[in-house]
Ligand binder design. Structure first.
Ligand SMILES: *[C@@H]1O[C@H](CO)[C@@H](O)[C@H](O)[C@H]1NC(C)=O
Ligand SMILES: *[C@@H]1O[C@H](CO)[C@@H](O)[C@H](O)[C@H]1NC(C)=O
Ligand SMILES: *[C@@H]1O[C@H](CO)[C@@H](O)[C@H](O)[C@H]1NC(C)=O
Ligand SMILES: *[C@@H]1O[C@H](CO)[C@@H](O)[C@H](O)[C@H]1NC(C)=O
Length: 273
């Protein structure tokens, strides 16, 4: 278990390569600041994270003992005993788990919350979720809670996820929730086509999302646009809107290339192209 916790700590740090920019960057940002529901032009101009030079915090895997040679593995495998895996609260717009009625869910592999100006990038390095353990236990109904996602970002603005390969997620791969100005670019997502619920990219109650130049093979929808579930989704009431998807290659024999829903209780999307 210790190694798993360490892995989470490591990856957490990897993600928080953000925030606290010097004052001249702050001034530029303020002019571009847009909130929920703000109208955008038809070209969907997004506020992207500032260039690396504008940020005070950059975390590199090498700072945590990782090796960036493209060959050395930097993570320990998931602990076999998933019952030791940390639990987190369900999302407000879901109210309960998806895999089981129990409310809690297993922690995501990488997650970040309430962040601004985040770039997660990796020169096409691989983040491997070692999902097989989870898929097997899920199929055998041996999990008490809902499986975690490979990357989940909540309540964040200006998020760029680029040039990475996401492999074998326990469940969904990339899940931005309650976020604004999200770009997913140059990302490869790989999971066996029979793996359960391994959606590629699921923007959920997000405003302003661009997904481009991605290659996805997965066991479920390549992209699914969502906005919560049942009365919880209605209560939170945040639709997904202003979404552009372009240059997407998708292999998903039994599911959708781009699904609108199935969880769509916070309102239908506006202006998706
Ligand atoms: C991370 O560290 C590696 C090895 O020192 C280096 O090649 C790479 O440029 C660094 N990346 C960033 C974003 O600083
Ligand atoms: C993150 O932001 C949301 C929405 O503003 C807020 O409800 C929540 O308490 C914040 N969480 C943290 C950890 O600050
Ligand atoms: C990134 O890596 C994946 C897996 O190794 C590979 O399939 C893909 O072609 C690579 N993408 C790019 C743009 O090099
Ligand atoms: C991602 O890769 C593309 C093509 O190699 C490059 O132009 C772009 O700057 C990279 N993005 C980041 C954030 O490293």
């Amino acid at each position: 278990m210790e190694s798993s916790r360490f892995t989470i700590a490591c990856l957490w740090a990897l993600v928080t390569i953000a925030v606290l920019v010097p004052s001249e960057c702050t001034r530029t940002r303020a002019r571009h600041d847009r909130r929920w529901g703000g109208e955008r032009g038809p070209e969907l101009e997004l506020d992207l994270p500032r260039e690396a030079g504008c940020r005070a915090h950059v975390k590199n895997l090498t700072e945590f003992g990782g090796v960036g040679d493209g060959a050395t593995s930097n993570t320990k495998a998931f602990n076999d005993d998933v019952n030791d895996w940390p639990l987190i609260d369900p999302l407000p717009s879901y109210g309960r788990g998806r895999d089981s009625a129990a409310g809690g869910r297993y922690s995501n592999l990488i997650m970040g919350s309430n962040l601004t100006d985040v770039i997660i990038t990796g020169n096409n390095g691989t983040i491997n979720g070692q999902g097989k353990i989870w898929w097997d236990k899920y199929k055998q109904k041996k999990l008490d809670y809902t499986r975690g996602y490979l990357l989940e970002i909540l309540y964040s603005d200006r998020v760029l996820i680029s040039n990475l390969t996401f492999k074998d997620s326990p469940s969904w791969n990339i899940h931005p929730v309650y976020c604004t100005n999200v770009v997913v670019s140059g990302v490869t997502i790989l999971a066996p086509v029979q793996s359960p619920n391994t959606d590629g990219i699921d923007p959920d109650s997000c405003s302003g999302v661009r997904i481009e130049d991605c290659f996805i093979i997965s066991g479920d929808d390549c992209i699914a646009i969502k906005s919560g579930w049942d009365e919880y989704g209605i209560k939170v009431g945040l639709p997904s809107e202003h979404i552009i998807i372009r240059r997407l290659t998708c292999i998903s024999p039994t599911s959708a290339v781009i699904a609108i829903g199935s969880e769509m209780y916070g309102g239908r999307p506006r202006r998706t192209s």
